[in-house]
Design a binder for this molecule. Structure first.
Ligand SMILES: [Zn+2]
Length: 188
């Protein structure tokens, strides 16, 4: 579990290292606020992908005719994350999650909750996609999963090369989505 007391102490140390006075009125509660924020935005660090799958494992038996291929796509799921290289915010992020049901269908709101939880870690954009795909695959029992993500990284837009409008696209493509052109139209 996240040690908020230790985070408070270390944030106080960072403020001192920056040459700030952690006792001045504007900063005196900052370590506590940062610790509270970290326990919220990094909640996903407390759980493995398998545990997240169990948490949101509310599926419905899909008794519709399985001889016809069906697909479920949830587009433009918004979320935030933090990059593991700079602990910097990744913002304006959107995921599209697609899968071919294999007898089990997951509630649509649960797909959004899975994205949120996978993102609430120190992450790489590509790994958010593979984490979401692992979890959706475990819940639905389907190997045919595709996750595309786009977003902005503040470590790129607000520092260093300062490419303010640069967006990063990434895709985790598995199973039939790799080979079936009819499914690939959903990845756009
Ligand atoms: Zn970064």
């Amino acid at each position: 579990m996240i040690d908020t007391k230790a985070i408070e102490e270390h944030i106080r140390g960072i403020l001192e290292a920056l040459g700030e006075d952690p006792q001045r009125p504007g900063l005196v509660d900052t370590p506590r606020r940062v610790a509270a924020m970290y326990s919220e935005v990094f909640e996903g660090i407390n759980y493995t992908n398998h545990e997240i799958a169990q948490m949101f494992d509310k599926t419905f038996d899909d008794d519709i005719d399985t001889s016809k291929e069906k697909i479920v796509v949830v587009k433009d799921i918004e979320f935030f994350s933090y990059c593991e290289h700079h602990m910097a915010l990744m913002y304006d992020m959107k995921a599209s999650v697609a899968y071919v049901p294999n007898g089990k269908v997951i509630g649509l709101s649960k797909i959004a909750r899975v994205c949120d939880m996978a993102a609430k870690r120190l992450q790489l954009q590509e790994r958010i996609g593979s984490d979401i795909a692992d979890i959706i695959s475990e819940i639905t029992g389907s190997e045919d999963v595709a996750v595309t993500i786009e977003g902005c990284h503040s470590c790129v837009s607000a520092r260093g090369i300062k490419k303010e409008n640069a967006r990063t696209f990434s895709a985790e493509i598995r199973g039939k989505f790799r080979t079936d052109p009819a499914l690939q139209i959903y990845l756009k």
